[in-house]
Design a protein around this ligand. Structure first.
Ligand code: NI
Length: 226
């Protein structure tokens, strides 16, 4: 399941990210690349052990945990500390699949990357090119979102970032290990949860709400790796 999660960061938080990042020290993005992706990755990153990445990452994490849409769609067991990258004109990230297991260089974090996430920090009009393209069974999907918005997609997906031809594209990227490993099971739970929320709004006293809610929790109980 691919999902657009709007307004993860406020305009003020986006501005703070940009303000910090113009003064930050960027390094070659290949410091965290796997063997295969190293050949196709051409971008810059904030070092994951840097104080800047840590502080901005904490701000992103807190924003994520305040987003009901994110929580429902992802059912997070653990979120990797968010990283930050920058593509200037001429930079690109060719087609690849993210590493299945991801460890942090300084924190005791090791997760299975069930879900990949990209949070856009530059506005779309600040750069040309730089679309995130994700392939799934229904074809390739091209994504370029407003600053503060996020896309999540299965970690199993082939994806790439098209070449930047003007300006700079700054974003945050990270992975999530979900309580629900299987993408199709997670999608079913998300659809059920969203339907219960809509039904609750339209018919708050509908007797089926109790049954549907218990079905949701009992499926979660059956499937979750807690
Ligand atoms: Ni990737």
């Amino acid at each position: 399941m691919m999902l657009h999660v709007p307004n993860v960061l406020t305009a003020e938080q986006v501005a703070r990210c940009r303000d910090v990042m113009v003064r930050a020290d960027w390094v070659d993005g290949n410091v965290t690349a796997g063997h295969q992706s190293r050949k196709v990755k051409h971008n810059l990153q904030l070092p994951e052990e840097s104080q800047t990445a840590r502080e901005l990452g904490d701000m992103v994490l807190q924003a994520l945990y305040r987003s009901p849409l994110f929580m429902s769609a992802v059912l997070p067991k653990q979120v990797f500390p968010p990283l930050f990258n920058r593509y200037d004109a001429g930079m690109v990230f060719g087609s690849h699949v993210d590493n299945a297991i991801r460890s942090h260089s300084t924190m005791p974090v090791r997760i299975r990357t069930d879900i990949s996430a990209t949070l856009f920090i530059s506005e779309p009009e600040d750069y040309d090119g730089g679309e995130l393209t994700v392939e799934d069974t229904y074809g390739a999907h091209s994504v370029k979102l407003p600053a503060g918005d996020m896309i999540i997609y299965p970690g199993t997906s082939l994806h790439n970032v098209t070449p930047i031809t003007r300006g700079s594209r700054i974003g945050s990227f990270f992975w999530i290990q979900s309580l629900i490993r299987d993408d199709s099971q997670r999608s079913l739970l998300f659809d059920l949860d969203m339907s219960i929320i809509r039904l609750t709004q339209d018919h708050p006293n509908h007797p089926s709400l109790v049954t549907l809610t218990s079905v949701y929790h009992n499926l979660l109980r059956q499937w979750a790796e807690a």
